[in-house]
Design a protein around this ligand. Structure first.
Ligand code: UD1
Ligand code: CA
Length: 454
């Protein structure tokens, strides 16, 4: 067991380059905000207290920034005077903490738990400060990690303050830091803002710690883990990296993706074994897919549960609270919302099922519509086990179709149908003999008259 962990996520940046009405850290990757990604890592790492530092513009709405299921508190940095100043806004939490402190950035959502564990392990092994570094393909703009000949960290120099020799260094600061809590308040109190930006730099803690004879360590990771998102382009890059990871995870879990690059997952998508996913499928948040399911091309799913052996699509839309039972079938151009399709039931073509239960082994014909909304309220349709709904039927809710009942195709059903009965509600068919001959004759003669008069 490592020491108690306090995490502080810096998120007071303006994010102006996003050109957005919402704060930068609330933009989503894989179906949830970047900040939620960072905070859930903090929680997974064992953060006993998790603090988010926000800018003053979020003072009014700070409760809405942290997702409900994540335990984190917010503090406001009233003026944006640098990373050390941002950490200082959580000083009360730091001073009262006994253990390790981890500093994260709210706009760096791709970090992995393995990397963060290396940082806390380094503190537990005796480091007073640990910095997460990476080899940058292009180090422009980053703080450089300046090392002694033995590889130990001497200082971090911001790009703007670095000379030519220092700028030639590729090993850069990711911004992620670990500190022993008892060392941090004193270091922070001695940081000055005599640099090119006139800001209080958290990176200055390294030189101060060195002068005090404290132990400073470096942990490294791959550059793509510390990709910071400042623009829509970087948001798209982060999404791409995130999706690659999710696709690998799903395949490692035993699912087949025919064209992985065209399938999009959310952070919480759960896919079972021997699931076959065809190209162009989108999983919004909250989807769980059991073993042996076949999801055909071009489906859109969100907040949906799919039971073992079910077949979905092509072109199916499963909306929130759709529950698809074992071996059920949902075919092309079918939309299902807040409904349970029980085991073995079939909804094969061109159908809307909303606020309904489709009983076990029932068969829903092409073009069936549950008319669930009257313009004010939603109503429930209950279809019994083994019922058969003929094509192009409209079931006007609230309505109940009994077990084993039949509905004749083209019916508009407004009253309950008893068990095993047939309901038909459509005009009786009649036949007018030779009508076609008379019709054609009549039209021909009017056409001739028109041509003569023109
Ligand atoms: C910082 C590091 C740099 C590192 C780089 C990695 C410092 C001085 N520099 O530079 O060494 O290579 O990150 O991306 O630490 N923030 C606040 N309040 C502030 C200032 C910043 O909350 O007053 C937050 C920002 O929202 C952001 C993070 O801290 O999430 C980093 O701030 P930013 O201004 O982007 O730092 P850089 O100049 O990029
Ligand atoms: Ca930055």
């Amino acid at each position: 067991m490592g020491a108690d962990l306090l995490t502080i996520t810096l998120a007071a940046g303006m994010g102006t380059r996003m050109r957005s009405f919402i704060p930068k850290v609330l933009h989503p990757i894989g179906g949830r905000s970047m900040l939620a990604h960072v905070l859930s890592l903090a929680v997974e790492l064992g953060g006993t207290k998790n603090i988010v530092v926000l800018g003053p513009e979020l003072e009014e709405t700070q409760e809405t920034v942290v997702p409900a299921q994540i335990c984190a508190q917010t503090v406001i940095q009233t003026q944006r005077l640098g990373t050390a100043h941002a950490v200082l806004s959580a000083i009360d939490h730091i001073s009262s903490h006994d253990g390790n402190v981890l500093i994260l950035y709210g706009d760096t959502p791709l970090l992995t738990i393995e990397t963060l564990r290396k940082l806390t392990a380094s503190l537990d092994d005796g480091a007073d400060i640990v910095v997460l570094g990476f080899d940058a393909a292009d180090p422009t703009g980053y703080g450089r990690l300046l090392q002694d000949t033995d590889g130990s960290l001497l200082a971090i120099r911001e790009h703007k303050d670095a000379d030519e020799r220092e700028r030639a260094v590729n090993l850069c600061n990711s911004g992620v830091f670990g500190f022993k809590a008892d060392k941090l308040p004193d270091l922070l109190s001695r940081i000055k803002n005599d640099n090119a930006n006139g800001e209080y730099y958290l990176t200055d803690t390294v030189e101060l710690a060195k002068a005090d004879g404290l132990e400073v360590a470096i942990v490294t990771c791959r550059e793509l883990e510390v990709l910071g998102v400042n623009s829509r382009q970087q948001l798209a890059s982060a999404e791409k990296i995130y999706q690659c990871r999710k696709r690998s995870e799903v395949m490692e879990g035993g699912a087949t993706l025919l064209d992985p690059d065209s399938v999009y997952f959310s952070y919480d998508t759960k896919i079972g074994k021997d699931v076959l996913i065809e190209p162009n499928v989108f999983f919004g948040p909250g989807v769980t897919v059991a073993d042996n399911v076949h999801i055909k091309a071009f489906c859109h799913l969100e907040q949906t549960q799919i039971g073992k052996g079910a077949a979905i699509g092509p072109y199916a839309r499963l909306r929130p609270a759709a529950v698809i039972g074992e071996n059920a079938k949902v075919g092309n151009f079918v939309e299902i919302k807040k409904s349970t399709i029980e085991e073995g039931a079939k909804v094969s073509h061109l159908t809307y099922i909303g606020d309904a239960r489709i009983g076990k082994n029932a068969n829903i014909g092409a073009g069936t519509i549950t008319c669930n909304y009257d313009g004010f309220n939603k109503h429930f349709t209950d279809i019994g086990e083994g019922a058969f709904i003929g094509s192009n039927s409209a079931l006007v809710a609230p309505v109940k179709i009994g077990d084993g009942a039949f509905v004749g195709s083209g019916s508009v059903v407004t009253r309950n149908v008893d068990k095993n009965s047939l309901a038909v509600s459509r005009a009786k068919q009649r036949q007018i003999d030779d009508w076609g001959i008379k019709f054609r004759r009549m039209n021909k003669s009017t056409k001739v008259k028109k041509q003569e008069s023109s």
